[in-house]
Design a protein around this ligand. Sequence first.
Ligand code: 7PM
Length: 261
Amino acid sequence: MGIVNVTPDSFSDGGETVDAAAAVERGLTFAREGADIIDVGGESTRPGAKPVPVAEEVRRVVPVIEALAARGLVVSIDTRHAEVIAAALNAGARIINDVTALQGDPRSLSLIAASEASVVLMHMQGEPRTMQDDPRYGDVVAEVGDFLAQRVAACEAAGIQRHRIAIDPGIGFGKTLAHNLAVLRHLAVFRRLGCALLIGASRKSFIARISRNEPPLQRLGGSIAAALAAVAAGAHILRVHDVAATQQALKVWRAIHLATP
Ligand code: 7PM
């Protein structure tokens, strides 16, 4: 899964001009590089980020989803808002990626149930603005696993079958370095839920914390290491910024371990 952010154009002077064409180009490049899913997002969940009005989020993502879906690509929409989910489904998105596991908006669950779309249920402790202020767990793996099991049950009760659900322990979402490492070390626990397992570790700050405090663009090595470790432990989907480098790493890893490149 390649990440395409549709956020304000860095060339515009702080205004809200969004470069949809550049986002579409990025998505097409990811597809050529071997991404199976293009994850389009129009709202930053960064701690302290300025909230984006829902209408603006829709305005940003819809043209990009339409263009990528028209080219036959599988598009997921990274959103917490039912209005955006509805617009994205209309525009051709086939997967809803929700960092609140469909708890952010009471209408989201039935909207998806009434469609044929799939969903990614992610775990987060707290909310983006404050989630990294002293996150605490008794047993992070058990608590994240229990939460995801409950959300899978809620989806199934609403009519979203298990084959349409992926789960994600939410690396960096209300988790310290130790919590992130415990989760990555015990992915087998999440696999027991019988859903596809998605991991998003790409460029996240835990990499800098382990290493030398590198800024996001200098975290490729750690991102690749985390991606391979996740696949080795059973992850099915990797959410990444660097599709070509991750595919190259996966090909080499598979050639060594499975002898079928
Ligand atoms: C600021 C903070 C900017 C966090 C970007 C982020 C995930 C996701 C994101 C994930 C799923 C990032 C995150 N992360 N969706 N959306 N899993 N399913 O680093 O780990 O990309 S946004």
